[in-house]
Design a protein around this ligand. Structure first.
Ligand code: 5RP
Length: 220
């Protein structure tokens, strides 16, 4: 199976975790796109969804799901989203698609975070995938200098603006031994909107597509 087929397998396995009704939290990315395709068959059970990006909103609307503003709904039962890397505690790196800030908000507002990915995303130490950081445009150079002090090599994601009107720095060469601590440190830099480490709010379940079928990983 290729990587996309493994993503699709994980997305299908996540259907088991859906509640009987209510409003769903929906993430962003190619794995979530498969999940939205599967949702089309069961969408009538749900009032609608809260979406983490304009791209997912468009796809949800295309399958006929109503999309709510997060402020219009209470705590969500479930949030389903992909990841760029996960460690065995289910701390994640997210933001490859640039939607990290809205993703982090919806994950925080949800009781259960089900992460879906192909098995290549599970690692012992995160940081091989460049860590996305959403930054207010005027702070780009300052934040980049601060990230260098933390040992990283920030690279400006050129020609990319987030749904919130900000820029992304992708930080290379990090070995993230203490994800929760690094998340706090980077979030304290003035001008940082969000760092793509999900340490304070890790996933609750990780479903990995694999050659031998979907694997369910719980935090160690
Ligand atoms: O964080 C994300 C978007 O901001 C995605 O979940 C992450 O990049 C994984 O994407 P894909 O499912 O395409 O591998």
């Amino acid at each position: 199976m290729n990587q996309d087929e493994l993503k699709r397998q994980a997305a299908q396995a996540a259907l088991e975790y859906l509640p009987d009704s209510g409003v769903l939290g929906i993430g962003t990315g190619s794995t979530v796109n498969h999940f939205i395709d599967f949702l089309a068959d069961v969408k009538n059970r749900f009032e609608g969804a809260v979406s983490s990006s304009e791209a997912s909103t468009e796809r949800l609307k295309a399958i006929g799901m109503q999309v709510f503003d997060l402020n219009a709904v209470g705590e969500l039962e479930i949030y389903v989203d992909g990841a760029d890397e996960s460690n065995h505690s289910l701390h994640l790196i997210k933001g490859g698609g640039g939607a990290l800030t809205r993703e982090k908000i919806i994950a925080a507002a949800s009781k259960k975070f089900v992460c879906i990915a192909d098995e290549s995303k599970l690692v012992h130490v995160m940081g091989k995938f460049p860590l996305p950081v959403e930054v207010i445009p005027m702070a780009r150079s300052y934040v980049a200098r601060e990230l260098v002090k933390l040992g990283g090599t920030p690279v400006w994601r050129e020609n990319f603006i987030t749904d919130n009107g900000n820029i992304i720095l992708d930080v290379q060469n990090l070995e993230i031994m203490e994800p929760v601590k690094l998340e706090t440190q980077i979030n304290q830099i003035a001008g940082v909107v969000t760092v793509g480490i999900f340490g304070h709010r890790p996933a609750d379940v990780l479903i990995l597509g694999s050659e031998s079928g979907p694997k369910t990983i719980l935090p160690e």
